[in-house]
Ligand binder design. Structure first.
Ligand code: HEC
Length: 164
């Protein structure tokens, strides 16, 4: 928990860094930023898309992913209990967290790109890192391991499945 609080307090710095010369809409509350824009820089995108998880999502893996999402990983604090991007910390962020129940999420993203974001953070449309509250959570000695990251991603991808 201590690590997680440290991680969150780092976020307080983001709005102040973020406000010089940002694209239109940046810093305005409400809604995700344009989901059609890849979050991986173009030079790394093709490679990132090819990265595949080392295992497949079984019901057990999804259950573990859910635990990571709701507890250890702290994803819930921004992405919300149902993954709709409405967590308690979301309103303080300059760019809103991804709503994982948005059907476009699965359409526009490959798992490998999402792993890139877990490792590098998402610059959103600011063109700079960190440009959003999505910080690099998967680090060699970091917050969650790569394996935990894949599990959380499988869980996120499973959200909102029934909706078309
Ligand atoms: C401090 C708030 C915060 C926390 C905690 C957080 N996220 Fe995010 N996340 C965001 C924001 C903000 C975005 C939207 C970034 C953007 O639009 O570029 C995002 C986007 C994402 C995306 C979508 C990236 C894309 O390419 O569309 C994934 C996947 C993701 N988060 C996974 C996670 C996982 C897994 C965890 C927990 C280990 C987590 N997040 C924790 C704020 C957070």
């Amino acid at each position: 928990m201590k690590t997680f609080l440290g991680f969150l307090s780092g976020l307080l710095l983001i709005p102040s860094i973020a406000f010089a010369g940002n694209p239109t809409g940046y810093g305005q509350a409400g809604g995700e930023f344009d989901i059609r824009v890849a979050r991986v820089p173009s030079g790394e995108l093709a490679k990132a898309k090819k990265v595949k998880p080392p295992f497949q999502p079984t019901p057990e893996i999804l259950a573990e992913g859910k635990k990571i999402f709701l507890r250890r990983g702290g994803c819930v604090s921004c992405h919300g209990a149902e993954g709709k991007g409405d967590g308690a910390a979301a309103k303080n962020l300059p760019i809103q967290p991804r709503n994982f129940t948005n059907p476009k999420f699965k359409k526009y993203r490959k798992l490998g790109e999402l792993m890139w974001v877990l490792k590098n953070g998402s610059m959103g449309q600011s063109g700079r890192v960190p440009g959003t509250g999505m910080l690099p959570v998967v680090q060699p000695k970091g917050f969650i391991t790569e394996e935990e990251g894949w599990k959380a991603l499988f869980y996120e991808m499973s959200l909102g499945k029934s909706k078309k």
